[in-house]
Structure formats: C-alpha cells, structure tokens
Design a protein around this ligand. Structure first.
Ligand code: C5P
Length: 220
C-alpha cells in the first residue's frame, strides 16, 4: 500500500523534533527521528573504540548496518542499554554530525529509515528526509529559526535540566554543526526543491504545529 510521508527537515534546534512529534501524535502517524540514528551510531562507535574518521568508514558503516537499536515507549535502546539521554549531549550531536558526513554510513542507514514507514502514515524528521530518503513525499517542510532564537531555546532547555550554559557558546556550537551539515558532499542540509519554508522564530510550538497540519490537510 502507498504510505504517506510528511518530511520535516531543518537545522539544529529549529524545533523540528518537537513539532514532528506533536504532528505525528495529532495525525496518529509513526515518527522517524533520523538524527537519533546518527547519534546512536556515533555512540556505538565511541563505545567500540572506533575513531570517527574517514579511515574507518567501512567499519563504521558495518556498525550502522547492524545497529541493535529499538524505539519503545518514548525510550531508545542500544542492545540492552537505555541510551535516550546519553545520545542527547551536544558532544554526541557533534560526533553524529561527523559520522553522518561519511557516505557509507549514510547508505547503511537507508533501509532502517525506510522501515519506519507504516500506515496510516509517517512523520520523518531530519536533514535529508525530503531530498534523499523520501523524495516522493507529498509534503516537505524546511523548518528554520534565527540563530539567536535557536540558541535561546537550547539555553532554556538546558536551564530546565539545571544546566546554565553560556548562550554565546551554544550559538557558536550550533552554527558550527550547521555549517558542517551544509557543506558535506553527500546529502547536505538544504531545502528540497519542492519544500515549503517555515521560519518559526516568531511562532509558538502550537502555532508551528498548526501550520504544518494545515499544509498537510491541503494535500489530502
Ligand atoms: O537532529 P539531530 O541534532 O539529532 O541530528 C544530529 C546530527 O545527525 C546532525 O547534526 C546531522 O549531522 C546528522 N543527521 C543527518 N541526517 C539526518 C538527520 C541527522 O545527517 N537525516
């Protein structure tokens, strides 16, 4: 059967993860957090003591292809370990960005990502959902927000966890990661030709979710 896919791509801390989860919930669709797959691969590499470098591309791709990953009840498991929190650090985000620049690693994760599609539909969140993984998707949203706004949101998220990070350092980190994601040769971060741009700098999460749902309904 034909499975409808709604893609949400965009830079770091643009709110797309939160919005994708809310949209999936409202529509009763499955959710693919593709960034988590790169983060888990990076964590598995660190644990296996494999350097994240082009020289180890084949070994890293093997790791990605055989990843014993499981998503259940809002938690993420790598074999028998709950890695939900371990993969969310900014350091693991940067490792994920480095491992994701390796073409063989990206290729190794394609089938796993396609496997998330199921009826009645899928919301797919990442950097290349609309450009590479689900190019036939009827709706591709490219979500952005200003760098200042994204740094402020990340700052608030960390404060809520009791961590008082420096906002300028946070902004520098996320801009560095975006630059790395935009400038890689394979599947760089960029809007698909037929993507709709959604800058949510001045919007609440609810308003952003509502806009995506309106666009989705227009396509039904
Ligand atoms: O979205 P998240 O911050 O969890 O993604 C972590 C990293 O994984 C990104 O910075 C990017 O380098 C990589 N990624 C990717 N393609 C995707 C999703 C994430 O290259 N579809």
């Amino acid at each position: 059967a034909h499975i409808p896919v709604l893609c949400i791509d965009g830079p770091t801390a643009s709110g797309k993860g939160t919005v994708a989860a809310a949209v999936a919930q409202q529509l009763g669709y499955a959710l693919l957090d593709s960034g988590a797959l790169y983060r888990i691969t990076a964590l598995a590499a660190v644990q296996a003591g494999i350097d994240i470098a082009p020289a180890h591309e084949a070994a890293l791709a093997d790791l990605a292809r055989t990843l014993p990953v499981r998503f259940a009840d809002g938690r993420i498991w790598l074999a028998s370990a709950d890695v939900t929190d371990a993969i969310r650090t900014e350091a693991m985000g940067m490792n994920a960005s480095r491992i994701s620049a390796l073409p063989a690693v990206r290729a190794a994760l394609v089938d796993l990502q396609h496997g998330f599609a199921r009826l009645p539909g899928l919301v797919a969140d990442g950097r290349d959902m609309g450009t590479v993984i689900f190019p036939q998707a009827p709706l591709k949203v490219f979500m952005t927000a200003s760098a200042a706004c994204r740094a402020e949101r990340r700052h608030q998220q960390l404060l809520a966890k009791g961590i008082d990070a420096n906002i300028d350092a946070l902004r520098a980190d996320l801009e560095a990661r975006d630059l790395q994601d935009q400038s890689r040769k394979v599947a760089p971060l960029k809007p698909a030709q037929d993507a709709l741009l959604l800058d949510n700098s001045g919007l609440t999460i609810d308003e952003t979710v509502a806009q995506v749902i309106v666009w989705w309904e227009e396509r039904q």
